[in-house]
Ligand binder design. Sequence first.
Ligand code: TEU
Ligand code: CA
Length: 567
Amino acid sequence: MESTQERVRELGSKVVYQIYVRSFNDSNADGIGDLRGITQRLDYLAGLGVDYLWLTPFFKSPQNDNGYDVADYRSVEPMFGTMEDFDELSQEAKKRGIGLMLDMVFNHTSTEHEWFQKALTGDPKYLAYYKFVDAAPNACEEDPGEPPTNWVSKFGGNAWQYVPSLNKWYLHLFDRTQADLNWDNPEVRHELEDVVRFWKAKGVSGFRFDVVNLISKPAELQNDYEGDGRRFYTDGPHIHEYLQELVRESGIDGMITVGEMSSTSIANCIRYSNPECHELAMAFNFHHLKVDYDHGNKWALQPADLGELRSLFKSWQEEMTAAGGWNALFWSNHDQPRPNSRFGDVQNHWYQTTTALAACTHIMRGTPYIYQGEELGMTNPGFTSIDQYRDVESINYYRILQDEGKTPEEAFHIVAERSRDDSRTPVQWDATQNAGFTTGTPWIGVASNYTTINAAAEVADPHSPYAFYKHLIEVRKAEPVIQEGDVRFVDADPGTDSEGVIAYERTLGATRVLAMTNLTSHDCAPFAASVANGGEVLVSNYEGAPLAREGRLVLRPFETLALIWRG
Ligand code: TEU
Ligand code: CA
């Protein structure tokens, strides 16, 4: 058995790169990224220095939610390639020291999955695989009556779908073609354990578990008069038991695993990620990505509350560390707008914004995740018409916002800021047509800034975001204090107008790192200039020595500065 300290060192020295397969690289000109396209770009990824690739679902799927609606967990969706392509990718990655992490979507299956199809025939074995509830005896398609609860689907509308042929409702927390599985049924749990064993036997290094903290639903279904229902099924009654069983039975304890935890708590994430609990290696939480939601509503814009952002980072870093938990560190994934467009000023400070955000999380305690294109400073595409969007959630909310009284312009503005498609545009490889992503017609438009923001240009430029990310990875690998050091947030001096500064210390033995990031577009002077005394610059996104003025250390717009004192 690995000791806890060895485990920390292991997880703290790795960096994960997320590939949204559809949008990464197209090898056969059909406009859709695929597995062979990834293999073609492995040298680029090895050059960046990442250890693992998390691949979003490439399993057989009708693609109503771009693969998060799985119809067969053991086969490759033809549009992404074949099992041979997967094996080749896996071997070629391994040759370069890169492991694969697969995305297990176990809260729900596609309604095209064999299990659901059998349930639709009325087969009791398979009805018990899902969350079916009887409708009223006189219900019919035209008038199905009230759904079992008022819970709201994450993609809008009620979370229950009526099936006339069965006179039953089934639960779908996401799209109606994504039916929630019944984890209280041991047969379901065993089926899913077997899926994990299948991919583990193929030699993958680890797994990401999609919305895994939503799998345990309450025994008694009730209406939520205070919210959308999430409080009943988030971190649900048997969640820890089910996760422990999955991990034990599929033999993945100690592998690199991460759970996507929706609306979770620190207390639960400690259990999800403390090695003594034998659940997962780490957890994604999203609280820091809601600081620009008005009263928690994704579809209501407000400027980012940077004080709140800082306080969330502080509590997740310090409290998880104190209790032996482990954080996945990230700003970005395929469900979030591009962080530089969202939290920064890409018009005036594109390089500084991109790199400040990167350093702010990469020096924290945890395992950093880079979402494809983030290392290039890719931005939201700035689409101008709803026809350019592809995502089911974006299209639904464009309508729902108008149903709620917004004008088409207002609804469009909100969708443009919040759409998941903001980060799903093709990776910008070079300045040729379609950014080098495809020679066909891309399934979704390319951001027009690809002529300047692209991998070919940035790999050749020592002052690019790519070069900065590569440096951050090298620094993590070189410095045990970043891998395993303690973390403590540092308050700005009172009265210095530094709400937008995030500063923390990492310490290991006598070695200390002080990381400071100004997330505003104005100068901040949070500390006396003496805080930098004797420190060596480890990471910086401005040229030259740290700036001091009138005895104060000055952090310029979107400046990030990390200093190290070696013991
Ligand atoms: O996402 C889960 C999730 O709750 C959010 O990402 C959500 O889709 C979004 O924030 C709604 O505002 C995971 C996957 O990452 C996502 O792509 C899938 O659509 C979803 O699960 C269903 O499988
Ligand atoms: Ca393709």
